[in-house]
Structures are given as structure tokens and as C-alpha cells.
Design a protein around this ligand. Structure first.
Ligand code: CA
Length: 301
């Protein structure tokens, strides 16, 4: 009996190794998302007494009821913000927002705006109008080339801050977790962006329908995907923008945040391994490996 067990150990180790490799984003399924109304926003934006019960805005932000929330006007040295009042603790979420960045004048424009999911809010600073050394996620819609890079602009990139590391003021290239070129300035139709984070798989995705007025899933293109992204378990979502020597109108038109519920496919796999005898095929080994995550004591063949 002992000899038979020893002969099975390599198979057991192979199974467990396979199991470790199998834990991936492809092994989860998502249930239909549901909207978090306290973290969503649409015209006319305000309720009684010219307030919104779920959102704060300030700095140079102005609100054009029924049209937009303008984080900065097209004038130099302005900064404004828009933040959800309360943090949310939803592990996995998706925020879609509609925006316009535009000017009626030619020449250079900037600087862009940021989407935030951070431990703090409403703290003004130099990173697109918000504080540096933030803890959490910043996704930057950058319209001005500060680093004299050969990179195309406008572009989108993201940084996951640890609360200690400073933003790279040459357009965040150092320390970015992903980026893409995105042509979103001076468009007739608003642009939509979608920031999606699935905590279970540590996967961050940024999508946009820039250049395409459609709102269907197929109208969105993936800007970038980053894996092994760890965000604070609770965070505030918000937006900020600033202008300096150059400027633009930075308008947020609507925001929709949804909670994502993830279901593991592994938890649904039938345990076909128990009681099985004879040699195992690769597919069966895979199934056994999946079982082993939930049934550590297996009856191997
Ligand atoms: Ca820049």
C-alpha cells in the first residue's frame, strides 16, 4: 500500500502544479452587473438646494445643468474636481463615463483629466488637479506632452499609487501599468470610457469608444489591460483636471458605476475524479486538478 502511495505522489504533485497554473482570469465568469446609483451621475446633476446628495464638486468646476460638469474652463491655471461623497467597498466594479475635452481655439492645449479610485478624495494637488503620492488608481487622459516624448498624444495611461511613490511628471510613463493612444479631443460626440477592475483576478481594463459614437460592447475597444493590479479594498471614485500654460474645457457629462459579481467556474466543475480507475487523460487530469482545489483528499485511481 505504501509503495502504491509513493508511486502516486508524482501524479499528485503534477495535479497540484496544474491546479496552481489553472487559477486565472479565464476561470471566472461574471454575473450581469447591477448599477450603483450612489456612484452614478447624470443630468440635471443637482437636486434640492443646488446640491447633489451623492457627489461633491469644487475648485474651478462649474455645472451647466442638463449639459455637463466642467472641471476646468478653457483658461490657464484652473483646477477642478468631482468626487463621489462616499467610498464603496465593492470588490469588483466597472465605471463608465462620458466626457468631452475641447476648445474653440487652435494651437497647443492641455493638460487633460484624471479618473480616480483612491483612498482619499477632494485633496487638490499637482496631478491633474489632485494630490500626488495617492493610494489607489489614477487613469489619466493626457492631452499635453510634458516629456517631449515621441509618444502620440492624446493618450491614456494609468498608475497604481502606493501612497508613497510620486507621479512621473513627464506624462506618467515611469510607473504606468498600461497605456494607449486615444484620439478624444475636439470630438463632436462625447467619448465614453470604461474602467473595469475585477478584484478576484486582479485585472484592470480600460476601454473606450473614441472615434465611434456607438454604445454597444462591440463599439468599445480595449485601451489596455493590466494584471496583478491590487487596489485598496475601499475607495472613492472621482475626477479632476487642471490647466496651466495651456488649457481646454474638460467636461464630464455622465457617470455610471456598476458592481460586478464574479462566479468561479472551478466551483461549478463536477468532480469526475472520485472513484475513477485506470490511466488519466490530460483533460481528466485537468478536471482532477480543479477538484483538488475543493476536495483536497482525492481518491486517485
Ligand atoms: Ca501630460
Amino acid at each position: 500500500m505504501a509503495v502504491r502511495l509513493l508511486r502516486r505522489i508524482p501524479l499528485y504533485l503534477a495535479i497540484l502544479a496544474t491546479a496552481a497554473l489553472l487559477v486565472s482570469a479565464e476561470e471566472v465568469e461574471e454575473e450581469p452587473p447591477f448599477t450603483l446609483f450612489a456612484y452614478s451621475l447624470s443630468a440635471p446633476y443637482i437636486e434640492e438646494q443646488l446640491q447633489n446628495r451623492w457627489w461633491d464638486f469644487g475648485g474651478d468646476t462649474i455645472m451647466e445643468v442638463n449639459n455637463y460638469i466642467r472641471l476646468t474652463p478653457d483658461r490657464g491655471s484652473k483646477a477642478g474636481y468631482l468626487w463621489a461623497k462616499h467610498p464603496f467597498t465593492t470588490k469588483s466594479w466597472m465605471t463608465e463615463f462620458e466626457f468631452k475635452v475641447h476648445s474653440t481655439t487652435s494651437g497647443l492645449h492641455g493638460d487633460g483629466f484624471a479618473f480616480w479610485y483612491t483612498s482619499e478624495k477632494n485633496t487638490r494637488g499637482p496631478v491633474f488637479g489632485s494630490k500626488d503620492k495617492f493610494s489607489g488608481l489614477g487613469v489619466f487622459f493626457d492631452t499635453f506632452n510634458n516629456g517631449r516624448h515621441a509618444l502620440p498624444f492624446p493618450r491614456v495611461n494609468a498608475m497604481v499609487g502606493d501612497g508613497k511613490t510620486a507621479y512621473d511628471y513627464k506624462d506618467g510613463v515611469t510607473g504606468q501599468v498600461g497605456s494607449c493612444e486615444l484620439d478624444f479631443r475636439n470630438k463632436e460626440d462625447p467619448t465614453w470610457a470604461r474602467v473595469k477592475y475585477v478584484q478576484e483576478t486582479k485585472r484592470l481594463q480600460v476601454w473606450s469608444n473614441a472615434g465611434n459614437a456607438g454604445r454597444r460592447d462591440e463599439d468599445f475597444k480595449l485601451c489596455f489591460q493590466a494584471d496583478n493590479v491590487v487596489l485598496p479594498p475601499s475607495g472613492y471614485i472621482g475626477f479632476s483636471a487642471h490647466t496651466g500654460g495651456v488649457s481646454d474645457n474638460h467636461d464630464i457629462i455622465s457617470v455610471k458605476t456598476q458592481a460586478i459579481t464574479v462566479v468561479s467556474i472551478r466551483s461549478c466543475m463536477p468532480c469526475v475524479c472520485e472513484g475513477r480507475r485506470g490511466s488519466l487523460q490530460l483533460a481528466e487530469i485537468t478536471a482532477v486538478a480543479r477538484c483538488s482545489l475543493y476536495h483536497p483528499i482525492l481518491q486517485l485511481p
